[in-house]
Ligand binder design. Structure first.
Ligand code: SF4
Length: 220
């Protein structure tokens, strides 16, 4: 499933193929372009092959090309929707340049299209350089999973391939991408995190100059 909408109450969302989503007026369209990710979060559903393959967001045919994603979009009128959200069952910045190509093409037809990316915030590590300028003019919102109030907890939870330094890397990414994107948000998951830790995360976000969003469990 490449394009989908989210249904249900926060915390108990289901993912509905866009073809079965009916009237798209005001709805967000989610884009699932990769199942790759530099992390292996303890709460991620990608731990076994079976869990992956039973998930509707598992890209059974492999990653769709930019052309294939655009061909899906062409079937719908994007002038009526809320936002396009690059999210999916993996880390979208693993394909940052393809994501940018999709956005550039969509914006030719819909220059005012609202675009968000939900990311783990490790793009600068993935590409081993500062790629935040690529976000300029393409994304209205970048939402980064902060996940934890300390580097140790972040690493324990995400098991990032970049190790304990990943926490500093995502904070640095947030500050850098803020130069190019009007709305940068860091998120933590409600209930999973006690209020005192959420408060620490709030202070971290304040220092970074970004907004903290406390979101219900379930990312996809
Ligand atoms: S960042 Fe998302 S996709 Fe990657 S391992 Fe964590 S929960 Fe799974």
């Amino acid at each position: 499933m490449i394009l989908y909408t989210v249904t249900g109450k926060p915390g108990s969302e289901g993912y509905l193929d866009i073809a079965k989503s009916g009237d798209l007026t005001g709805k967000n369209i989610y884009v699932n372009m990769t199942n790759r990710c530099p992390c292996s979060c303890v709460f991620c559903l990608r731990h076994t092959k079976e869990q992956c393959e039973s998930n509707t967001l598992w890209l059974k045919e492999g990653e769709p090309s930019v052309e294939a994603v655009l061909a899906e979009f062409e079937k719908y009128d994007l002038s009526v929707i809320g936002e396009v959200v690059f999210c999916g069952f993996g880390e979208p910045t693993e394909r940052l340049y393809d994501v940018c190509a999709v956005i550039d093409s969509l914006k030719k037809t819909y220059p005012d299209l609202k675009v968000r990316i939900n990311t783990v915030g490790l793009a600068n590590r993935i590409y081993e350089e500062d790629v935040t300028k690529e976000f300029e003019g393409r994304f209205d919102t970048v939402s980064i999973s902060l996940n934890a109030p300390t580097a140790e907890e972040f690493y324990e939870l995400t098991r990032s391939r970049y190790g304990i330094e990943s926490y500093e890397a995502i904070k640095d990414f947030a500050v850098k991408v803020k130069r190019y994107v009007p709305n940068v948000v860091m998120s933590v998951v409600d209930e999973v995190m006690p209020p005192e830790k959420i408060e620490i995360c709030r202070q971290i976000c304040e220092q970074l100059g970004v907004t903290l969003r406390v979101r219900p469990f379930e990312r996809y």
